[in-house]
Unconditional design. Structure first.
Length: 417
């Protein structure tokens, strides 16, 4: 490859994307360590409350990061591979189902499932002739439908009004953490940022201070808009449905995370990468592993008695542990993917192991407590069975992360035998 090709390759590569995933991971662990550990008194502490609220923006940053990854691939001419796409989406849906079914639900949509849905939108978009305008139009449409049409139908007492409120993300749907509206705006926003970044590496390098200043201005503007909306009597709410105030604040969170990733990438050096970097498979594996370490810690320590200092120390420990386990999972996945001796056999073995774990989890969650007054709720299980369900969910999801990393050609090779 000539010098021009090498330069183009360097321009297209953004190491800050892995730092951005790591920042999102820190936010995720911080949020869940707060809400799953602390009582209302400690959660009311101003420092703790601010950190836990910042952590609630983790999905916003994660979904944006997914979009950036696809946006960076615009114009690269990669051929469509629908079988590989559907395989990965199916893996994410199964991993997602293991989580919400463990909570006694027969239907749901959580973090990993929404990433799968985002992939179905973003994968064809990256090959579209006018990908950037389409993505911008998508963001505008999502915003208008949710906060324009959605607000208009709030007062409709008819069945049509109720259906529209559910479809537009106005009314919360039980066990659906991320309705398409407005959450689809975040991967689309990331896609726009990625598409711009794929052609703007030199601009960022040469005008770094101006880029950071633009990010800070975005943070100030979006934060001011959110504060103005809250001052007008609207709630700052994210769970189940996304309020307009949170929607405005979420773009401040995106700008802040991007600015931090760029600064760490520029001046953080090797230390920043060691502390924060999460690659693709590791960022997926973080979902089960951070739940595992948080729940395991709560089982052996009286975390509800934690004050601010103890919680901060514990949260840092959870971040270190879950990051280490997630990175180790990626290393294992890479080694499995590199084993070309029996790829189909490896894929089949992993699939069977996941199926066994999933079936056992369903049996424990739904069949065992069937005699209880509220059958199907995991909370009705005795503690030892709750622990077994957690182990099965974590094990199954980690195995699915390894399966996700297998190249599609290796998985399909047995079809040619």
């Amino acid at each position: 490859m000539g010098a021009h090709g090498d330069a183009a390759q360097r321009t297209a590569r953004w190491d800050e994307l892995d730092l951005l995933r790591g920042i999102a991971g820190v936010l995720m662990v911080t949020n869940h360590a707060g809400y799953k550990w602390l009582d209302e008194r400690t959660l009311a502490d101003p420092v703790v409350a601010a950190l836990v609220f910042a952590g609630s923006c983790a999905p916003v940053v994660f979904f944006t990061t997914s979009g950036i990854g696809y946006g960076l691939q615009v114009g690269r001419g990669r051929a469509a591979d629908p079988r590989a796409l559907l395989r990965k989406v199916a893996i994410l849906f199964v991993a997602d189902a293991m989580l919400w079914s463990a909570q006694g639900a027969w239907f749901g949509l959580d973090f990993l499932g929404f990433i799968g849905l985002s992939m179905l939108v973003l994968d064809p978009l990256r090959r579209a002739r006018r990908a950037l305008p389409i993505a911008l139009a998508g963001i505008a449409a999502v915003t208008f439908l949710r906060y324009g049409v959605g607000e208009a139908v709030k007062s409709w007492p008819t069945p049509l009004g109720a259906a529209l409120r559910l479809a537009l993300g106005v009314d919360a749907i039980e066990h659906v953490s991320y309705p398409l509206l407005p959450w689809l705006a975040y991967p689309l926003t990331g896609f726009v940022l990625g598409a711009l970044a794929s052609r703007g590496r030199a601009v960022v390098e040469q005008r770094f201070a101006a880029v950071i200043a633009l990010a800070l201005a975005t943070i100030a503007a979006c934060s001011a808009a959110s504060a103005w909306i809250v001052h007008g009597g609207r709630a700052l709410h994210r769970w189940g449905y996304v309020s307009l105030a949170f929607y405005a604040a979420s773009f401040a969170a995106i700008a802040a995370a991007l600015a931090l990733a760029l600064v760490l990438g520029r001046i953080g050096g090797t230390l920043a990468r060691r502390l924060f970097e999460l690659r693709g498979v590791a960022s997926l594996a973080l979902v089960p592993w951070h739940y595992a370490v948080i729940i395991a810690t709560a089982a052996v320590l009286d975390v509800h008695a934690f004050g601010r200092s103890a919680w901060l120390v514990g949260t840092i420990a959870m971040i270190v542990a879950s990051f280490a386990l997630s990175r180790a999972t990626e290393v294992v996945a890479a080694r499995v993917a590199a084993n070309a001796s029996a790829p189909a056999r490896i894929s089949t073995g992993l699939t069977l192991a996941v199926a066994v774990a999933f079936v056992l989890e369903l049996v424990l969650t739904f069949a065992v407590p069937a005699r209880a007054p509220h059958a199907g709720a995991t909370s009705q299980l005795p503690p030892e069975l709750v622990a077994a369900v957690v182990v099965l969910v974590v094990s199954g999801q980690v195995l699915l992360c390894v399966l996700f990393a297998l190249p599609a050609k290796a998985v399909d090779r047995r079809a040619a035998i």
